[in-house]
Write a protein that binds this ligand. Structure first.
Ligand SMILES: [Zn+2]
Length: 339
């Protein structure tokens, strides 16, 4: 495992993560462009450290148009008392802070997607530098990571946790237990098809227990989803023994799913969607229409499902282009020890 000293990161941090107490500071991303020639792009970091116990990293805003996670984490920063903590909680409510500020999925500084930038590059662009910092400096400090996402402006996800839950490994077992404590209706089982440039992949490389959650979407902040996220994170802190309380306050049954190939639009058109997240659909079932709003005499295209399964996510767009997501359909699978 790489230590802080061994990392060649150019990114600095103005708090001492080894110190006991409540610290609020910045990860300092120096880049020097027209907007920020001599200062730095700040990424807020909050560290609550008290006594012995595991270290958990809680991240939101990896994508800057996904707000339920950052909202839940901001609530926790204000609610969590140092006296309640056994271990260390490191919170990055807006890991891609410039993107969150701009309500943008990708960084407005270099237009890169942070969750496709791992393992990053110490000498790369700001997003690549941050990915490298997280993978080589922050992750080696941690035992557990929870990364909070939604579908952003472009899509809506059924609440789910994405995790590698191979029951043959202690890491897979730890991830499954953490996923059960988070307790979304669906457990999206990570496999070899999942992108190896994500934070989840970085945690797996470092052999750190991790779940990523997808919690709705649309680019705003749904209050019921923010509430769910806050209580789900608290359940995980209880489960890990970082805060007191029981992690058996939940009794939801998680359905395990594998993702199939994304179903994308065959043409430019107005998407008239006739289904919702969580719907169970079958091949050939009517899914909606694609209307050619600029050519009203052209017959609308009838959309039919080409895969049977559960709607895990769908487009949040009215107008779609060829290749844009219509829906992500998942199929049920079984995971040892799930229920
Ligand atoms: Zn995301």
């Amino acid at each position: 495992m790489m230590t802080k000293q061994q990392s060649n990161s150019r990114v600095q941090i103005n708090i001492d993560l080894s110190k006991r107490g409540r610290q609020i500071g910045d990860i300092k991303l120096k880049w020097s462009d027209n907007r920020q020639p001599l200062g730095y792009y700040p990424v807020p970091i909050i560290c609550l450290s008290n006594g012995s116990g595991p270290t958990i990293l809680l991240t939101g805003g990896v994508h800057g148009d996904e707000f339920e996670g950052p909202v839940a984490l901001m609530r926790l920063i204000q609610k969590l008392s140092l006296d309640d903590i056994h271990g260390r909680v490191i919170i990055l409510p807006a890991l891609n802070a410039a993107a969150v500020q701009a309500s943008s999925r990708v960084s407005p500084v270099d237009l890169l997607n942070l969750n496709r930038a791992f393992p990053g590059d110490a000498d790369g662009s700001p997003t690549q530098m941050m990915a490298h910092f997280v993978e080589t400096v922050l992750l080696p400090e941690c035992d557990v990571v929870i990364d909070l996402h939604t579908g952003g402006k472009a899509s809506i996800f059924a609440p789910c946790v994405l995790a590698q839950v191979d029951s043959n490994t202690s890491l897979g077992k730890a991830n499954l237990a953490l996923a059960k404590a988070f307790a979304t209706p669906y457990l999206w089982v990570a496999g070899i098809k999942n992108d190896n440039r994500s934070l989840s992949a970085a945690a797996a490389r470092q052999q750190i227990s991790m779940i990523a959650a997808e919690l709705g979407g649309g680019g705003g902040c749904d209050p019921s989803m923010a509430n769910f996220t806050e209580t789900a994170v608290m359940r995980c802190l209880s489960h890990l023994g970082i805060v007191a309380g029981s992690d058996d306050q939940y009794c939801s049954k998680m359905e395990c799913i594998n993702l199939t190939e994304a179903w994308v639009s065959p043409a430019v058109g107005l998407l008239d969607r006739h289904f919702h997240i969580g719907d169970k659909v079958v091949v050939g079932q009517f899914a909606g229409w694609l209307h050619f709003v600029n050519e009203p005499e052209r017959p609308s295209l009838e959309l039919k499902f080409n895969t049977s399964g559960i709607i895990l996510a769908h487009s949040n767009r009215g107008m779609v282009e060829r290749g844009d997501l219509i829906a992500n359909i998942a199929t049920s699978c079984s995971v040892e020890g799930i229920n």
